[in-house]
Design a protein around this ligand. Structure first.
Ligand SMILES: *Cc1c(COP(=O)(O)O)cnc(C)c1O
Length: 420
């Protein structure tokens, strides 16, 4: 199947007389004919269903669709993007371990890495993603178990050199995790460039209608966990009658271990109803994403020439530092988020307040255009100096360009800028 077809058909193949649309299996559990039949399920938990805290047929259909779209061997859904991020790390790192992360990552991810994982005894080592390979390699320690980056960083819009990160990670014997939320598989498939694990906040473009929060982890299936650094993958798991993930589940050891240990123990699994809605949204992702990109490109080009705008950050602009990397890694468009700098804190809030069509909301990637001014909202407790240290200028406004007619979006932005 070509990609456009996979968005519609992958993950669910109805048999004779089955429902045309993915059925919602809204059940916590599954019944068996005998105690022997149940025992067999516990012996081979990936072959049959036990409990919807970690596996459900509706959710699994969507997992299989996303795995097919990313070119991975298996995927596991989570109830938020944050849950996907934390599980992707905890599946590789325990107390006393460290991992290397690009410093250009989502604010919620920074908090998770710097505060919460630190409390669990896991150290994050931040690197400048644009640093040369030797400098990146020098950041690794003996206890480093993973490398992490974002395809298009939220909100700096920096584009990751995925091949460079993959080379450095693999030379150090650790897998590369890529958060590809802003790109989606429509624009980039990180596995083709060497990523081993791809994660998503499906709350963004994959959902695309501001309906529900969710996440996804995809396993490329080709990282070798038998290199001595990952005993949890190669030694018997006593909590699962001695399963050895690299032997018993050699095709997708990462995702099977995440599901059998972390999803079982933490239970951050979406409901069947949520998976159904996500599947419906995924059916149109390819079409929607192209329109988001087209509209955002036009908005970025309009803003680039505007007197009231100091800087426009958009991967589709030739003037943007990351344009060359964007051309290499993104195909058919540059995503739907455009960041601008309108001067200072006061102008940022005045611009936001003057908008009529474009909504003020703490979200991106909705079908409806929306904006956020970090200095007066998500980062309002920070001084201008602290903001700059976090890579955010006081006048930075993040515009998520929606699916409306682009002339209406530009007209609204233009009248708001006039008022500055
Ligand atoms: C929103 C977001 C997350 C967190 O996802 P939630 O679904 O909100 O938990 C992670 N990474 C990126 C890049 C995001 O934009």
């Amino acid at each position: 199947m070509k990609d456009e077809t996979k968005y519609i058909h992958a993950g669910y193949e109805p048999g004779n007389g089955d429902p045309r649309q993915l059925p919602i299996v809204q059940s916590t559990t599954y019944t068996y004919d005998s105690s022997d039949a149940i025992a067999a399920v516990f012996d081979e938990p990936t072959h049959a269903l036990i409990y919807s805290r970690f596996a459900n047929p509706t959710v699994m259909a969507v997992e299989n669709k996303v795995a097919a779209l990313e070119g991975g061997v298996a995927a596991m859904a989570t109830s938020s993007g944050q849950a996907a991020t934390v599980m992707s790390i905890l599946n590789l790192c325990s107390a006393g371990d460290s991992f290397v992360s690009s410093s250009e990552v989502y604010g919620g991810t920074v908090n998770l890495f710097s505060v919460t994982l630190k409390k669990l005894g896991i150290e994050v080592i931040y690197v400048d993603p644009d640093a040369p390979e030797e400098e990146l390699a020098a950041a690794f320690k003996d206890n480093t178990k993973a490398m992490f980056g974002e395809t298009i960083a939220n909100p700096s819009m920096a584009v990751l050199d995925i091949e460079k990160f993959a080379r450095v990670a693999h030379a150090a014997g650790v897998p590369l995790i890529v958060d590809s939320t802003f790109a989606t598989p429509v624009l980039c498939k990180p596995i083709e460039f060497g990523a081993d694990i791809v994660i998503h906040s499906t709350s963004k473009y994959m959902d695309g209608h501001a309906v529900q929060v969710g996440g996804m982890i995809v396993d490329a299936g080709n990282f070798d966990y038998t290199n001595g650094k990952f005993p949890d993958f190669t030694e018997p798991d006593q909590s699962y009658h001695g399963v050895v993930y690299t032997k018993d589940y050699a095709v997708a050891p990462n995702i099977i271990k995440t599901r059998m240990q972390l999803q079982r123990d933490f239970g951050a699994y979406p409901s069947a109803q949520s998976a159904f809605v996500l599947n419906l949204s995924l059916e149109s992702l390819d079409v929607r994403m192209k329109r988001h990109c087209e509209n955002a490109q036009k908005v970025a080009e309009f803003l680039e020439g505007h007197d009231a705008v100091n800087e426009v950050r958009y991967p589709g602009l030739e003037s943007f530092t990351y344009h060359e990397l964007a051309k290499k890694y993104l195909r058919g468009g540059y995503s739907g988020v455009v960041c601008i700098d309108v001067g200072d804190r006061d102008k940022g809030t005045r611009f936001m307040d003057a908008l009529k069509l474009v909504a003020r909301q703490v979200h991106v990637a909705d079908a409806r255009s929306c904006v956020l001014h970090p200095a007066s909202t998500t980062h309002r407790q920070l001084t201008d100096e602290e903001l700059l240290a976090a890579g955010i200028t006081p006048g930075l406004v993040r515009i998520s360009v929606g699916l409306e007619n682009v002339d209406d979006i530009i007209e609204d932005i233009a009248q708001a800028l006039e008022q500055l």
